[in-house]
Design a protein around this ligand. Structure first.
Ligand SMILES: Cc1ncc(COP(=O)(O)O)c(C=O)c1O
Length: 372
């Protein structure tokens, strides 16, 4: 039994329980569960939050990436460059769209797709770059977009881990023609079930995406495009609209926790998360890099009742499903090294200050013991 679990929804739900129950009751009473007024209202509210454009709700973040790619109608087998250090769905969705992921190495400081490593991933089949805003920090979109412009590629943001993150005030999900969000329960904006969305500034692309995610229909029983069934449901949309109102304050609480971790750990031989100038980090995860003894530290924290995790224990080209396919010609040494050194500490808005202090003390105790 963990005294400080890696994640905990109890307090989050308790804080909004009456409003949640009212929202769910409203949907049940209406008796309309798919593509109804709650989804429309949430899509509008999330588009407003992002500062305009179109938002289309979908069933989960994996489908959001797949549907965004399908809306582009690329030749089968086109290549999509994505980072080797990300959640598997980033790449699974590329395959599901009939395309091939090509893994690129990541930056050793920010852990996001390294724009300096894009050139070695290019082939005549490359069409898209899918940067992932990892752990709450946006990838270097200005540099990635500049590379894409030079090579006539489309950029799609994977914003599953970075709702509310920004570079120079411009939010994640508003930089590229299409962007994909997940509302998996642990995300900065999380449903109580699966959910996802696509954002786009372009009304033609929005219409294509709407058709793709609704069985390819451009009208009832008119299956004009190749499609999938991936719709956000009314109950999750009602919950998300409620939680969206608190997204910024919850992100601020994550930032305050990150600052506390930073203050308590910065003199230890660890690499702590950093954000380049002008980047707003929203700390979906607080990932430290432990150059030696990561697994021992993790075991020590587990014994102290503190839950941790590793995001991710393998870079994607090491996973069974992705063994036999293209990677950057320069290799993926940074991603590989990171997977042996990174450790995610508890990070959720309801984590109390005294709990953060306990985590810091337990890490410090391990280093003191190690020094003996
Ligand atoms: C970076 C990234 N991309 C895509 C996804 C897929 O989202 P979902 O779990 O909603 O399908 C996730 C979440 O698991 C993720 O972390």
């Amino acid at each position: 039994m963990m005294t400080i679990p890696f994640n905990d929804f109890k307090d989050q739900i308790a804080a909004i329980r009456p409003a949640l129950e009212a929202a769910m009751a409203r949907v049940l009473d209406r008796g309309w569960f798919i593509l109804g007024p709650e989804v429309e209202a949430f899509e509008r509210a999330f588009a407003d939050y992002l500062g305009g454009g179109h938002v289309i709700g979908v069933a989960n973040g994996t489908d959001a990436i797949q549907a965004a790619l399908m809306a582009l109608d690329l030749p089968m087998g086109s290549e999509v460059i994505c980072p080797a250090l990300t959640a598997a769905p980033s790449a699974l969705a590329i395959y599901a769209a009939g395309l091939i992921p090509v893994f690129a190495d990541v930056d050793p400081v920010t852990y996001t797709l390294d724009p300096r490593r894009l050139a070695e991933c290019l082939s005549e089949r490359t069409r898209v770059i899918l940067p992932v805003h990892l752990y709450g920090l946006m990838a270097d979109l200005p540099a990635i977009q500049a590379f894409a412009d030079q090579h006539n590629l489309i950029v799609i943001e994977d914003v599953a881990q970075a709702h509310g993150a920004a570079i120079h005030g411009r939010k994640a999900g508003t930089w590229t023609p299409l962007a994909a969000f997940s509302f998996y329960p642990t995300k900065n904006l999380g449903a109580y079930g699966d959910g996802g969305a696509i954002s786009t500034p372009d009304s033609d692309l929005a219409a294509r995406v709407r058709a793709v995610i609704n069985l390819g229909q451009t009208g009832r029983f008119q299956h004009t495009l190749m499609g999938i069934n991936s719709r956000l449901d009314e109950i999750q949309a009602a919950i998300l609209a409620l939680k969206l109102a608190d997204l910024d304050s919850q992100n601020q609480r994550r930032q305050a926790i990150a600052q506390r971790y930073h203050d308590g750990l910065s003199d230890l031989p660890l690499q702590l998360p950093t954000a380049p100038d002008g980047y707003e980090h929203v700390y979906h995860l607080y990932v430290i890099r432990v150059p030696s003894g990561r697994d021992e530290l993790r075991a020590h924290l587990r014994a102290a009742g503190i839950g941790t995790d590793v995001h991710y224990p393998l870079s994607l080209h090491r996973q069974g499903a992705f063994q036999s396919h293209p990677i950057a010609s320069g290799g993926l040494a940074v991603a590989d090294r990171l997977t042996g050194e990174i450790l995610s500490l508890p990070m959720y808005p309801q984590l109390r200050d005294d709990q953060v202090t306990t985590v810091i003390a337990a890490i410090r105790a391990w280093y003191e013991h190690k020094a003996v």
